[in-house]
Ligand binder design. Structure first.
Ligand code: HEC
Length: 173
């Protein structure tokens, strides 16, 4: 009988010591427990008033996108050399990887696209209205097209500049 009691007592002591250690750990736990931290219910606090200027109501982007492409006019003067120079920089940054150094659609990245990037010196692109090109560059060229929508990537004035640049190189001879 005694032989059996000893291991039982040892086991009880061990369990108690373990439990006591756990409680001590819990008591000095440095972070808040879920049951102790306040639970915030939905709509318990009033929704904070939005700071003025958070939603851009004066930004022409929304107006541009709502407008019919054919009615969009470039704000640039035709052949403006500063805009063309700026457009060249924009092209090298945002278009060349797909449309190629020679604007023919043979850029390295573009080769994985189907359809392949357009030849920007084709008469189809060169004869497109600036407003149509603007919307295609901004929002994509419609369903089935792979032209990326770059409205959030390129600022408005740079989009007009890159169009001026593309138009300045003309139809491939
Ligand atoms: C990620 C690759 C990629 C980038 C970057 C890119 N394009 Fe394209 N682009 C394409 C592909 C692919 C097409 C062919 C889509 C189609 O016609 O269906 C295309 C088509 C076009 C077209 C013809 C669409 C039309 O019918 O009007 C124009 C114009 C054009 N891109 C201009 C640009 C300009 C300008 C830039 C830089 C601001 C640019 N693209 C950046 C891939 C790209």
């Amino acid at each position: 009988m005694k032989k059996r009691m000893l291991p039982l007592i040892m086991l009880a002591v061990l369990v108690w010591a373990g439990y006591a250690a756990l409680m001590a750990y819990d008591k000095y736990f440095p972070y808040g427990r879920m049951r102790e931290t306040p639970a915030v219910r939905p709509y318990e606090k009033p929704i904070p008033v939005m700071e003025a200027g958070t939603v851009p109501v004066a930004d022409p982007e929304a107006a541009y996108q709502a407008m019919e492409a054919r009615k969009l006019r470039s704000p640039l003067l035709p052949g403006d050399p500063n805009a063309i120079a700026r457009g060249q920089v924009v092209y090298a940054t945002f278009c060349r990887q797909c449309h190629g150094r020679d604007h023919d659609g043979n850029g390295t990245v573009g080769q994985s696209f189907s359809p392949l990037p357009a030849d920007l010196r084709s008469s189809r692109v060169q004869e497109s209205m600036d407003g149509v090109l603007f919307q295609h560059i901004s929002c994509g060229a419609g369903s089935g097209s792979r032209q990326p929508a770059l409205a959030t990537t390129i600022q408005i004035s740079d989009r007009w500049s890159v169009i001026a640049y593309i138009k300045s190189i003309g139809v491939r001879g």
